[in-house]
Design a protein around this ligand. Structure first.
Ligand code: NI
Ligand code: MN
Length: 226
């Protein structure tokens, strides 16, 4: 399995000949190395409806007929936009041909703002546990620190955890470092920072606070093999 980070909360996974793209916020993201019109994933996984996570999902999925897996209300609305979707909800897992997806709790909000300024309700925000080839990735989505991360850590052998550290809208470095203690991953990677002025953050402030686990700052475009 190959996992790469692409700025903000974008993570790409390549496994079994399939490409899975998580939260593809590419246009308007000055930190990403990706180009939206070059993306041809088999699957797009979404954590919640905010525009900095749904990003280019509609254009990408229409261009390559990717399956979009999302929290249920978001999946329904994206289906109305003509996409091939699969809705899930917190606590539910499903084994797909590209791996197993389980939606987990995230403590945040979730809506999508259309170009004409309407706010669409998109259900509950979530985190995602993705398992393939015996490896598990946890993408926390946008969230505060919450105690049930301990339960997620006890119930899952997490290889890589992608955790937001930007503060203001999500956990900051201190809370994210505490989350690592609860989740007990083999590796923790900071995401969701420096994209906008309110989430300016030195990711080293996070890695220096992570004392008992491995952590790594991944540059946009950097990949790991598991
Ligand atoms: Ni959000
Ligand atoms: Mn966000």
């Amino acid at each position: 399995m190959e996992i790469s980070y692409h700025g903000h909360s974008i993570v790409k996974v390549k496994t079994g000949g399939k490409e899975i793209l998580i939260d593809p916020y590419i246009t308007d993201n000055d930190l990403t190395d990706l180009k939206a019109d070059e993306q041809k994933p088999d699957v797009i996984l979404l954590t919640h409806g905010h525009n900095d996570h749904v990003g280019d999902t509609i254009a990408i999925a229409k261009s390559c007929d990717a399956l979009v897996v999302a929290p249920n209300e978001l999946a329904v609305w994206l289906g109305w936009q003509g996409l091939n979707t699969h809705g899930m909800n917190i606590g539910g897992a499903k084994k797909f041909d590209f791996g197993t997806v389980k939606y987990t709790k995230a403590f945040h909000s979730s809506s999508y703002t259309t170009e004409d300024g309407q706010i669409i309700y998109t259900g509950m925000p979530a985190g995602i546990l993705f398992t393939a080839e015996g490896k598990t990735i946890y993408h926390a989505g946008d969230t505060s620190l919450f105690g049930d991360m301990e339960l997620i850590g006890k119930r899952n052998d997490i290889d890589v955890a992608f955790l937001p550290i930007g503060d203001n809208f999500t956990m900051g470095p201190e809370d994210a470092a505490y989350a690592v203690e609860l989740l007990n991953p083999k590796l923790a990677v900071p995401v969701h920072f420096n994209t906008f002025p309110p989430i300016q953050q030195d990711p080293a402030a996070f890695t220096e606070l992570v004392k008992h686990h491995e952590s790594k700052i991944m540059e946009p475009g950097e990949s790991l093999s598991l």
